[in-house]
Ligand binder design. Structure first.
Ligand SMILES: Cc1cc2nc3c(=O)[nH]c(=O)nc-3n(C[C@H](O)[C@H](O)[C@H](O)COP(=O)(O)O)c2cc1C
Length: 189
């Protein structure tokens, strides 16, 4: 079934679209790398195949948001253990905070999810183990009014993918392909 570069390119798009939509997909929580050699797991929220654009949600105060800012290299690593397929994406990331896309993402969330952006910023120091949330917000679904201040901290990370690397571990022989935009080539695994 993986016979042509077109098959592989289509497979990448299908997997990324599904990874965003399906919480059970092994690719739903990829590793996102920044150029400062830091890595973290994030939930993939959307893949727009036409624009080759990945969307993640994050806290504007987080170190990665500062590192990426208005534009910086970002890598995204996804692995499906069952199907033995690794997809590596490299591209240009940017943090958005006050665009219509951010508002749409915020509006689509629940107050329970929005609550995560109410507390101390990621990495804030504490004298004791902490969730970072104010005491009153622990374990509850806040009201629209209570959650309003969290909007200031909510941001999206968009990654415009420039190149994909696809690797299939098969006992009949591994396969690997790379794509710069839509232009593909076979390479040794
Ligand atoms: C399963 C899982 C999902 C996560 N999803 C997100 C996410 O969608 N957005 C996010 O900013 N951090 C997410 N995190 C937390 C990050 O891995 C990281 O700890 C945090 O964002 C701080 O990263 P930074 O210090 O590099 O900014 C998730 C962690 C795990 C384990």
């Amino acid at each position: 079934m993986y016979e042509t570069l077109e098959d592989i390119r289509a497979d990448i798009d299908r997997r990324l679209v599904r990874a965003a939509k399906d919480r059970k997909s092994p690719m739903h929580t990829p590793v996102v790398a920044t150029a400062d050699a830091d890595l973290r797991v994030m939930v993939l929220r959307e893949f727009d195949a036409g624009k080759r654009l990945l969307r993640f949600h994050t806290d504007l105060r987080s170190p990665k948001a500062r590192t990426i800012g208005e534009g910086a290299p970002v890598g995204v690593l996804l692995y499906d253990k069952g199907q033995k397929i690794q997809v590596r994406c490299r591209g240009e990331g940017r943090i958005e905070h006050d665009t219509p896309a951010v508002q749409a993402a915020w509006d689509a969330g629940t107050n329970f999810a929005r609550r995560c952006y109410l507390g101390d910023g990621p990495g804030a120091l504490s004298d004791m183990p902490t969730s970072g949330l104010p005491d009153w917000a622990e374990g509850i679904q806040p009201t629209d009014e209570q959650v309003m201040p969290a909007r200031d901290n909510f941001a999206i990370l968009l990654v415009e993918v420039r190149s994909f690397d696809w690797l299939y571990l098969a006992h009949t022989g591994h396969m690997r392909a790379q794509f710069d935009g839509e232009e593909g080539r076979w390479v040794a695994p």
